[in-house]
Design a protein. Structure first.
Length: 103
């Protein structure tokens, strides 16, 4: 089944962006409470902001270039598609290298 890139309403996009910012801002408030609620709120807010803001995606790409280990870790935790593709690619290249060195 082909993937369809449906154009979303600008109102929906702005609403999700605002909700993401609110989740990010509320994460430090809930962080002192017992349990990992603050982490989940922050991650959910980041997902919404990165999906709905081109400026945020550009800024995120610059931050990942500056701190690649931290960026890779956060991408893996947020299960971003780009991180999953990179992980699969590196896993397949490592297995191909291991097979070549074994022969």
């Amino acid at each position: 089944m082909p993937v369809v890139n449906a154009v979303r309403s600008p109102i929906l996009r702005i609403g999700q962006l605002v909700l993401g910012v609110l989740l990010i801002l509320s994460a430090p408030i809930l962080a002192p409470l017992p349990g990992p609620a603050g982490i989940f709120l922050f991650a959910g807010g980041m997902v919404l902001v990165l999906r709905n803001s081109k400026g945020a995606r550009l800024k995120w790409a610059r931050l990942k270039r500056r701190w690649p280990r931290a960026g890779h870790f956060v991408d893996r935790i947020m299960r971003r598609q780009s991180a999953m593709r990179r992980h699969e690619r590196s896993k397949s290249s490592k297995s191909a290298t291991a097979k070549a060195s074994a022969n």
